[in-house]
Design a protein around this ligand. Structure first.
Ligand code: G3H
Ligand code: ZN
Length: 287
């Protein structure tokens, strides 16, 4: 059931759990995530970066695929189709394509420009009943060409953006896209608590969910994080399972070269990873 992320965010914040956003790249990724969400009766957010949208030939193709798959698989749990780290132009494209949720990442702009563009896009999303995520303080590392400096967000700026009426707010708290370096000092819970203090009941988003230790995830949820984004970990699981299948020579046995067989271990690995995360985030049975 394709919906905006509004209700799932309100419920997650009240219930002290987080909804996972898992990024999609193709049909297998999408199907694995939708089936897992349905099996576990968990709400879910499908994240689409601009790069992945382009890879899948465009946002219209993505929206058509997700809507048809949702219907043909008989998915009854709430599913939001969400633009991840969107540009200003990308947000409009996704609105037109039929996404149910958008993220405007204006964190690289001077704050006034981020504020002006966020204000406009919050208004657009509101008019159309879509959910919208905005970002303050950049997430470190690189994801699909989006590079962040990784500075912690200013709690006052967070409040200004939250007050626009965004559905959920992404705030940098020392989190990084991709694998965390060995000398990573961990999430800044001091920053998170200061932001929470300012924004009150605003659901917060934790990007860079890959490789954050479980205890930090749980603490972040207890401090107001209601959405956690995971991308790289699913990619790594897919890659490991596919590599194993090929290295064991299974692609050379029988009809093992059939693309449907070749992609299956990766598909199952994504399902297992998404299940693990939904259990950790506490969203199982919350549909
Ligand atoms: O926007 C998506 C994420 O923040 C994913 O981060 O690739 O480190 O899991 P990750
Ligand atoms: Zn991110």
């Amino acid at each position: 059931m394709l919906v905006s992320a509004k209700e799932m965010m309100t419920k997650a914040l009240a219930g002290k759990y987080a909804v996972g956003q898992f990024n999609i790249n193709n049909l297998e990724w999408t199907k694995a995530i939708l089936l897992t969400a349905q099996e576990l009766q968990s709400p879910v957010i499908l994240g689409v970066s601009e790069g992945a949208g382009k890879y899948m030939t465009g946002f219209k193709t993505v929206a058509a695929m997700v809507k048809a798959m949702d219907e043909e698989l008989g998915i009854t749990v709430p599913v939001a189709l969400h633009l991840d780290h969107g540009t200003y132009e990308g947000c409009y494209k996704c609105v037109k394509a039929g996404f149910s949720s958008i993220m405007f990442d204006g964190s690289h702009y001077p704050f006034d420009e981020n504020l002006a563009k966020s204000t406009e896009l919050v208004h657009v999303a509101d008019q159309l009943g879509l959910s919208i995520e905005c970002e303050v303080g950049s997430i470190g590392g690189e994801e699909d060409g989006v590079v962040g400096m990784g500075e912690c967000a200013d709690p006052d700026e967070c409040k200004t953006i939250a007050d626009l009426g965004v559905t959920m707010l992404a705030a940098g708290i020392g989190n990084i896209h991709g694998k965390y370096p060995a000398n990573w000092p961990g999430l800044s819970f001091e920053t998170l608590a200061a932001i929470k203090e300012k924004v009150g009941d605003m659901p917060l988003v934790l990007h860079g969910g890959t490789g954050i230790p479980d205890d930090m995830i749980k603490k972040a949820i207890s401090l107001g994080v209601a959405k956690i984004n995971v991308n790289t970990e699913c990619q790594l699981s897919f890659q490991e399972a596919t590599r194993k299948y090929i290295e064991e020579g299974k692609d050379l046995q029988g009809k093992g070269f059939d693309p449907r067989k070749l992609l299956n271990p990766g598909f199952e690995a994504i399902k297992a990873k998404v299940k693990e995360k939904m259990e950790l985030f506490g969203s199982v049975g919350k549909a």
